[in-house]
Design a binder for this molecule. Structure first.
Ligand SMILES: [Cu+2]
Length: 110
């Protein structure tokens, strides 16, 4: 009796744990926040390539809930500023990175 009871006891303990582990795999994968952020519009007022900064007179930036204003941004890739000059109209994406506003994407407005 004791010889047969042990395997049953083990099965009773192990199987639910196995089932619970695999149930986790059935959970739907969380979809990462959509990359399709609406680009904000702006006009370049000033540029400081050495400092990697650009001052933009910008329209509303919806993804960070910012209204229209003129302000300086850090630029994630300062090289991106090479294509622009003050007065250029641009479309851009900005985000809070490490507590500062950073332009993560900038392109000429069409
Ligand atoms: Cu602003």
């Amino acid at each position: 009796m004791k010889q047969q009871f042990l395997p049953m006891l083990l099965a009773a303990l192990v199987l639910p744990a196995y089932a619970a582990d695999h149930a986790g795999h059935a959970m739907p994968h969380t979809v990462a926040a959509a990359d399709k952020v609406q680009l904000a519009e702006g006009t370049i007022k000033k540029m400081n390539k050495a400092a990697g900064k650009v001052t933009l007179a910008h329209g509303p930036i919806e993804n960070i809930g910012m209204g229209a204003m003129t302000m300086a941004f850090k630029v994630k890739e300062p090289k991106q500023l090479d294509a622009f000059k003050p007065g250029d109209k641009v479309r851009f994406q900005a985000d809070y990175v490490g507590g500062e506003m950073v332009v993560t994407h900038i392109e000429a407005a069409r």
